[in-house]
Design a protein around this ligand. Structure first.
Ligand code: DAH
Length: 329
């Protein structure tokens, strides 16, 4: 028995020294440490020994087993976690996972470009809340009590008194309440309308409001600044027209249309903004004397402006969050 133990020990020692791969190790494991390996066989033989003989060999046999197992563990751990990575299971040729990097939404990019044009003209940026009281959204802007825009069809009423703002014009009121003229600011933000959703209209969109209040502000200045904006934003050959219009908070009022030929369709005029001279009633509502001050205001639709610039003919794509669309910008 003792001879056999020594033989196995020296055989194992020799084999383990010559190991070159995990496959070699597996062969050794089966040969010596497996359930039917040499050592297991010896233990079977050990069972058949007489009571007197057992104590003689039991301890030596256990030492053999533990010796072999710990040497084996030591060698296999070197193969599995080598210091320099050589021979490890990690496949260093696998291409790395590509991390997707986001970009600004096209509306954010459009807004930023609009802001930078107006900042260059001396306008600051001012913001107001999206949840507005009926007073700011309508009353202070000179909407008569029975004006159709207050109707449930256009306006999302949150409570009888509070609405999701239907335009950015209420921010004009907040600005004029908080600061004294001269005032020159743009007011970008989201607006909400309870409209049937289609390629042309969505329940949510963005506007950039503009306001300039000072002594002697003229309609000619309003036209001048809008033409400058259009040419800066779209290029010098942009085709546009001014069209008389009506808003409760401006007098006179007009709208600006730009010419657009969507791909594969007939050319048409598209309205992109409303504007006018601030109505004296509005100035009075915020305690600015209309005898001393005049002002102009405008409100631009950001989605339509982006649609014209980038050739997008369905407003809904801005809000779908389809990466195939978003990634193009
Ligand atoms: N608030 C108007 C709208 O949502 C747009 C507008 C028209 C804004 C005339 C103005 C303005 O500031 O002067 O349709």
């Amino acid at each position: 028995m003792l001879d056999k133990i020594n033989l196995i020990q020296s055989g194992f020692d020799q084999d383990i020294q010559n190991v070159k791969s995990l496959d070699d190790l597996e062969i050794i494991r089966i040969k010596y440490l497996g359930r039917k390996g040499n050592i297991a066989e010896l233990f079977e033989e050990f069972k058949t020994l007489s009571k007197d003989e057992k104590p003689k060999y039991g301890q030596t046999l256990n030492i053999l087993k533990n010796n072999c197992q710990s040497k084996f563990d030591e060698v296999i751990s070197k193969f599995e976690a080598p210091e320099n990575g050589a021979g490890s299971y990690a496949d260093l040729t696998i291409p790395p996972r590509v991390r997707e990097i986001g970009t600004s939404h096209i509306l954010t990019q459009t807004l930023n470009e609009m802001k930078s044009i107006f900042k260059g003209l001396g306008f600051s940026v001012y913001e107001g809340p999206e949840l507005e009281s009926d007073f700011y959204n309508f009353t202070a802007l000179n909407f008569p009590p029975d004006h159709p825009a207050r109707d449930m069809q256009d306006t999302f009423f949150v409570t009888p008194e509070f609405v999701l703002r239907t335009h950015t014009s209420p921010v004009q009121i907040r600005l004029m309440e908080n600061k004294k003229p001269p005032l020159r600011a743009i007011m970008p933000g989201k607006v909400y309308r309870n409209e049937a959703i289609s390629a042309k209209s969505y329940c949510l969109f963005h506007q950039v409001e503009g306001l300039y209040v000072d002594t002697d502000v003229t309609f000619a200045e309003l036209k001048g600044i809008l033409v400058y904006f259009l040419k800066q934003f779209f290029g010098a050959d942009i085709k546009f027209r001014f069209r008389p219009s009506f808003f409760p908070f401006t007098e006179p009022s007009m709208e600006v249309d730009i010419w657009w030929t969507p791909e594969g369709k007939q050319g048409r005029w598209m309205e992109i903004l409303g504007c006018g001279m601030v109505d004296p009633n509005v100035l009075k509502n915020v305690n600015i004397d209309p005898e001393i001050y005049t002002g102009y205001a405008f409100g631009m639709g950001v989605e339509r402006i982006a649609m014209r610039k980038y050739g997008i003919d369905d407003i809904r794509v801005f809000f779908d969050n389809d990466k195939r669309f978003l990634k193009q910008f």
